[in-house]
Design a protein around this ligand. Structure first.
Ligand SMILES: [Zn+2]
Length: 189
């Protein structure tokens, strides 16, 4: 990056040294750290999320850090708990029992409190349970998502990276509400 002449000149010149160090940070250190973070993200996000039938990487192909500011005008204070449940589910594919006072987050509940099917994963309540159809039909997701979608398409519609503020808010509220309701109705963990 720096030629011998640059180094020699920088030794006797504080201003040049500062320029050289900045150049080193932006052109060498920063790209190396980014590429290390990308590799780590790729490794961690390749883990299969049993409850959703996909990897996190399928839902969030690019590592990015984005705030939640675009949802501020659409959500009230209580709704943020629903966003937390939604984000947790996308990260783990598990029932977020610890967010409601349970002792552990689990991949399956012993029994669905609505239809009594046994060993249900999160997708059961979102997609296939007859007992949650009314919750789905009541949600703001109706104009955008259908339970008739093929399952992979349904999962992507609920959890793939940001679509638009309205859809993001609607899907977080739907997922959050369903899980808080089901967890409150199910046997305690
Ligand atoms: Zn059910």
């Amino acid at each position: 990056m720096a030629q011998g002449d640059d180094l020699t000149r920088a030794r006797g010149d504080a201003k040049r040294r500062k320029v050289l160090v900045t150049k080193y940070k932006t052109q060498v250190v920063f790209p190396a750290l980014c590429s290390r973070d990308d590799a780590e993200f790729h490794r961690a996000s390749s883990k299969f999320l049993l409850g959703l039938g996909v990897t996190y990487h399928d839902l969030v192909p690019q590592r990015f850090s984005e705030g939640w500011d675009w949802l501020l005008p659409l959500l009230n204070v209580e709704d943020w708990k629903l966003v937390k449940v939604w984000a947790f589910t996308r990260l783990t594919g598990k029932w977020p029992a610890t967010l409601v006072g349970g002792s552990e987050n689990v991949a399956t509940l012993l029994q669905c409190p609505r239809c009594h099917q046994q060993h249900i994963a999160v997708l059961h309540s979102l997609y296939s349970c007859v007992g949650t159809l009314a919750d789905f039909l009541d949600s703001d997701l109706m104009p955008y998502v259908s339970r008739q979608f093929p399952i992979q398409c349904f999962v992507a519609s609920l959890f793939h990276s940001s679509v638009s503020a309205e859809v993001d808010a609607a899907r977080a509220k739907f997922v959050g509400r369903i899980f808080l309701r089901i967890l409150s109705e199910a046997a305690p963990l």
